[in-house]
Ligand binder design. Structure first.
Ligand code: FPP
Length: 250
């Protein structure tokens, strides 16, 4: 296992990796278990990915834990997911804090049950000064609403004369997003075989490398994560240039 990390090119470690954690339900079904069992096992993957990210030196992880569309699931599953979230935050915050992990959220958490809001606020407040790794949980998150809110806030500023139209720039839009101050992800990993973005970080993923794997989230552990980073390191990120121009810059 230690050997696996030595395969990574140390000068090309992504700063920020985002995850669409898919396949908990299918994994549970394949084991003859209830969907919530799959989500609980998925929390163990989250823990292992955080630990591995610290070992590798990744600075930001963003995880899509609950989308605005997920409210449409059966009430029992939504309630179970919320309970799991509170449990995970309650059980893990001290260890995250000791390891220098800062917890943040994106999305409208005010619509989550009170117990979730309280535990998330406590955990984010407690860990706010930590600098080893930032864990961003996307909860009740929708990229389209995020961009719409940013547009409305900028429009208000123009309307009130605080800024001019010319001051609406790509940077000023980025600053109005929930992810303000966080670098865009270099790598997005989606598990469980679906090849879509599902309203996640639409602005921030403009130049991100996309990695899709058939592995279900509960089976996505250290080895799969390191393999995804190795695949990322083998890609050439051209940002619209041609290969020769990239080599010239080296
Ligand atoms: C997708 O699997 C998974 C989710 C909608 C929830 C992800 C949540 C967790 C892993 C737990 C969250 C906890 C923390 C601490 C972040 P699915 O149910 O869509 O699977 P399926 O497509 O196979 O049905």
């Amino acid at each position: 296992m230690t050997n696996l990390l030595t395969q990574l090119e140390q000068t090309n470690i992504p700063k920020h990796v985002a995850f669409i954690m898919d396949g908990n339900g299918r994994w549970a079904k394949s084991q003859g278990q209830h969907r919530l069992f799959g989500h609980a096992e998925g929390v163990l993957s989250v823990k292992e990915i955080i630990k591995t990210a610290r070992e590798i030196g990744i600075q930001y992880l963003t995880m899509y834990a609950f989308s605005t569309e997920n409210w449409n699931r059966p009430a029992e599953e939504v309630a179970g997911l919320m309970d799991l979230l509170v449990q995970a935050i309650t059980n893990e915050t001290d260890e995250m804090h000791e390891n220098g992990v800062r917890l943040m959220t994106i999305g409208d958490i005010s619509a989550l049950p009170e117990s979730c809001v309280v535990s998330l606020n406590e955990a984010t407040h407690k860990t706010r000064e930590n600098t080893n790794l930032t864990l961003v949980l996307a909860l009740n998150y929708s990229a389209r609403s995020e961009i719409t809110s940013a547009c409305k806030r900028l429009a208000e500023e123009v309307k009130s004369g605080l800024i001019s139209l010319d001051q609406i720039t790509e940077d000023s839009i980025s600053e109005k997003l929930n992810t303000s101050g966080i670098p865009d992800p270099e790598l997005l990993i989606r598990t469980s075989g679906e090849c879509r973005i599902s309203n996640f970080l639409l602005w921030q993923l403009s130049y991100t490398e996309l990695y899709f794997t058939p592995v279900h989230w509960p089976d996505f552990r250290k080895k799969e994560f390191v393999n995804a980073i190795i695949a990322y390191q083998q890609r050439e990120r051209r940002f619209g240039k041609i290969s020769e121009q990239l080599n010239d810059n080296k």
